[in-house]
Design a binder for this molecule. Structure first.
Ligand code: MN
Length: 229
């Protein structure tokens, strides 16, 4: 081999075993109030998806470098589904059986690049898929104690609440997301699905601490540090 291949990101879980991350899928505009704040009228159109490299996952958060080429680096608090059983065209009633566990996550966004791409009809990649863009809290094994369909989701910056909603506000709940996504791709063990963010997204600056709390899951915290070299 010419060089050493990248090792998979290993995400810690509630059982002590690591979850090897395979791919990262993200849902766009899955909360009505957030769709409105982004300039859209949510009307339960089918969900849409974008992707990020597995290497963008930051297990258990911690320091996250302010990325280059942006002046508007924003947080998006999200429930993350960790897929343990693969499948294609998964039925709604079976969908949650494919989830190994659940975690709090952040879909960090270079909003200026995303909005420019949107305006120009270009792909979102540079706005959404970049180093350290997908912090992930500890994955809580699905054991019936956590219900992905309801429960408070909250994000604070330096202790101040910026996003506060309920998972029940999702336009497409977890099972629907799996049903749609598995019609587009064969889901595989190790896939992560970031299920979208509620209203209240906003920018961070170097020195900020961002925390995501979802009832029943371990909180996720990141600290924004100076730009990476
Ligand atoms: Mn998002």
């Amino acid at each position: 081999m010419l060089f050493k291949p990248l090792a998979p990101v290993l995400a810690p879980t509630s059982t002590g075993e690591d979850f090897p991350v395979r791919r990262v899928f993200c849902v766009g505009r899955n909360y009505a109030a957030h769709a409105r704040e982004m300039g859209f009228d949510p009307d339960r159109e089918p969900p849409f998806f974008f992707t990020a490299w597995a290497e963008t996952v930051v297990p258990l958060g911690g320091p996250v470098a302010y990325p280059p080429a942006t002046n508007n680096y924003q947080f998006e608090a999200e429930l993350v589904l960790a897929i343990g059983k693969g499948g294609r065209n998964i039925a709604l009633d079976d969908a949650l059986d494919h989830v190994w566990g659940y975690a709090a996550g952040l879909d960090m966004t270079r909003r200026d690049l995303q909005l420019e791409a949107r305006k120009m009809g270009r792909p979102w990649d540079t706005g959404k898929n970049f180093e350290q863009g997908s912090p992930l809290g500890r994955i809580h094994k699905a054991d019936g104690s956590f219900n992905p369909d309801r429960g408070a989701i909250r994000l604070t910056v330096n202790g101040q609440v910026k996003q506060a909603a309920d998972l029940a506000d999702m336009i497409w709940p977890a099972a629907d997301v799996i049903r749609f996504l598995s019609g587009l791709y064969r889901l595989e063990p190790g896939d992560l699905i970031y299920t979208g963010t509620p209203e209240g997204v906003g920018p961070v600056v170097v020195g900020d601490t961002v925390e995501v709390h979802i009832d029943g899951l371990e909180p996720l915290a990141i600290a924004i540090t100076a730009s990476a070299q």
